[in-house]
Design a protein around this ligand. Structure first.
Ligand code: PEP
Length: 251
């Protein structure tokens, strides 16, 4: 299966910084890369990405993604961005249920499941994030937590679940410099794979990616695990050299 290496810029960037970063990425992206590359940019910059992709051919192979999507189809939801709007900008992916949205915006499992439904209904692949806090890991609740989070999305989406990407992102590893060891991550990915297997015959071809301080130094070890099919990369996706090194590690 082709690995997915997806960058999550979070709330970073500016027109000038994005132009420089995307130019450097375009110059360094390997032709015929072993990985599919995606970038989840802040919504105001979706149009800029498209304009730059028209100039830099290498960017045309990069899947454009959003960092969130509304759980509603449209209407009186001030500030929200709908899946159909993301579709207008050619988005292939939308992150849903990132831990920062669960934590700072009170997103519940049900809301995350509805967001995944909206994305799927508009032909956008949701990257469904699940992951435990340090407290939950220390209490031995990791498997229960990630299974509960994924179960909500499976339940709401039925057979369409085979179209999602799952991202295992231990909350304690996001932006902290602490990475789950390859073995720790593989253990959780195997549990998620088994859960998907019970829901769909397509589970073995579904991508389960790891996120949490992935960088040029640890990417190869993580990506070598049998159930780790790519990465969701925050901080390191803001530096072209680091992101390119992670893409290069996906072989
Ligand atoms: C993320 O935000 O999805 C993430 C994994 O961040 P970082 O790589 O910075 O830990």
């Amino acid at each position: 299966m082709v690995a997915l290496i997806a960058g999550n810029w979070k709330m970073n960037g500016s027109l000038s910084a994005n132009e420089a970063l995307l130019g450097a990425l375009a110059a360094g992206l390997p032709g015929g890369a072993a990985a599919e590359v995606a970038l989840c940019v802040p919504a105001p910059y979706l149009a800029q990405f498209r304009a730059l992709a028209a100039q830099h051919t290498a960017l045309q192979a990069v899947g454009l993604g959003a960092q969130d999507v509304s759980a509603h189809a449209g209407g009186a939801y001030t500030g929200e961005v709908s899946a159909s709007m993301l579709g207008d900008f050619g988005c292939r992916y939308a992150i849903v249920g990132h831990s920062e949205r669960r934590q700072y915006h009170g997103e519940t499992d049900a809301v995350v499941a509805a967001k995944a439904q909206q994305a799927l209904a508009h032909g956008i692949t949701p990257i469904v994030c699940v992951g435990e806090t340090l407290e939950q890991r220390e209490a031995g609740q990791t498997f229960d937590v990630v299974k509960r989070q994924l179960a909500a999305v499976i339940h709401a989406n039925g057979p369409c679940i085979s179209e999602v990407v799952v991202a295992y992102e231990p909350v304690w590893a996001i932006g902290t410099g602490k990475t789950a060891s390859a073995e720790q991550a593989q253990q959780v990915h195997a549990v998620l794979r088994a859960q998907l297997q019970a829901a769909t015959a397509q589970a073995s071809r579904m991508r389960i990616v790891y996120g949490g301080s992935m960088n040029a130094g640890n990417a190869a070890g993580l990506l070598a695990q049998p159930d780790i099919n790519g990465g969701l990369i925050g901080g390191a996706s803001l530096k072209a050299a680091d992101f390119l090194a992670i893409i290069g590690a996906a072989r």
